[in-house]
Design a protein around this ligand. Structure first.
Ligand code: NDP
Length: 288
């Protein structure tokens, strides 16, 4: 009962605020770089006219404008050939004025997303998806970290949540979220378990978590039966439903028992975009 009382007021982790602070800091670094003659530049490549992808790209370009990063907009027809896309990436790789390259995923099915990610020069891999970036993360070397899990780590830092010694459970093992999230939490001294669609008795595993990260893509799947009272709950999910944008966590049932929780929208999403700005500024600073 006492635990319940303590948790009645979960801290709502405000990704909008933390992301705004990160953009402000990035803008300060951009001003310093510009004063030294370097204007950070992000090339943004969008293939096709998927409305969700177009809206993500528009938001990223707005963030660039706010931070002072030049964005180079490349909007390509949905039927562009692999050869043409490869040629564009080669040109951007070779252009010294371009510091970061972002190819908005998913790509149309006829294009090979893996080879596109590998083609981007690791020095310009601000999304952190290149095998070299992931390899550096595994080895604990500096490098670009995937924006979503890196954004989660920034959120935890902003709220003084130290994963050291925590039992962290991540639901989802994708290369862009679950796996790098596991490595970052391991690096931060959590004891990490990664779950997926074949995990047996998922609610019981999740209930062991002091820190629970949901990166599944199933609206509201993680309800209170998955959550230990007092746990920190990070909801990476973005699901479009008839009720609007919702996360993977059933916020209404989980918020009363969590000690801290991220909302959707306004949680991890803005952090992902802010990390892209941070990575782009770092890419520009590295070649200065
Ligand atoms: P993927 O589809 O690549 O991965 C989903 C993972 O969830 C898989 O590992 C899958 O397991 C697991 N999973 C699916 N169903 C279940 C289930 N019933 N029980 C347990 N595990 C399950 O998704 P992403 O990692 O790309 O994205 C996850 C979510 O995060 C999505 O909602 C996406 O929109 C969102 N997202 C949000 C971002 C943000 O900025 N906030 C950025 C990126 C993604 P298995 O491997 O066995 O199939």
């Amino acid at each position: 009962m006492r635990e319940r009382e303590i948790c009645d007021m979960a801290t709502v982790i405000d990704g909008v605020r933390v992301a705004a602070e990160m953009r402000e800091r990035a803008a300060g670094q951009v001003r310093e770089l510009v004063a030294r003659g370097v204007t950070p530049c992000l090339a943004v490549v969008l293939v096709g006219d998927d409305p969700a992808s177009a809206s993500y790209v528009n938001m990223k370009e707005r963030d660039c404008a706010e931070v002072g990063i030049t964005s180079l907009d490349h909007r390509l027809a949905a039927d562009i050939s692999q050869h043409e896309l490869d040629a564009l990436i080669d040109r951007l790789n070779a252009d010294p004025a371009v510091h970061g390259i972002l190819v908005q995923m998913p790509l149309p099915a006829h294009l090979d997303a893996e080879s596109v990610m590998e083609r981007i020069s690791p020095e310009k891999d601000v999304d952190g998806f290149h095998p070299a970036s992931l390899g550096r993360l595994v080895r604990g070397l500096p490098g670009f970290r995937a924006c979503t899990p890196a954004g989660v780590m920034e959120m935890l830092r902003a709220y003084d949540i130290d994963p050291t010694g925590m039992r962290a459970v991540i639901v989802g093992r994708s290369t862009i979220v679950g796996k790098p999230m596991a490595l970052l939490l391991l690096e931060a001294n959590a004891t990490v378990t990664v779950c997926h669609s074949r995990t047996k008795d998922l609610p019981a595993v999740c209930r062991e978590a002091d820190l629970l990260v949901a990166a599944i893509g199933r609206a509201g799947m993680i309800d209170a039966s998955y959550v230990k009272p007092g746990a920190v709950v990070i909801d990476v999910g973005i699901n479009r439903t008839d009720d609007g944008l919702v996360g993977d966590v059933d916020y209404v049932s989980v918020e009363p028992i969590a000690s801290a929780i991220t909302p959707v929208p306004g949680g991890v999403g803005p952090m992902t975009r802010a990390m892209l700005m941070v990575n782009t500024v770092a890419a520009a600073a590295a070649v200065e």
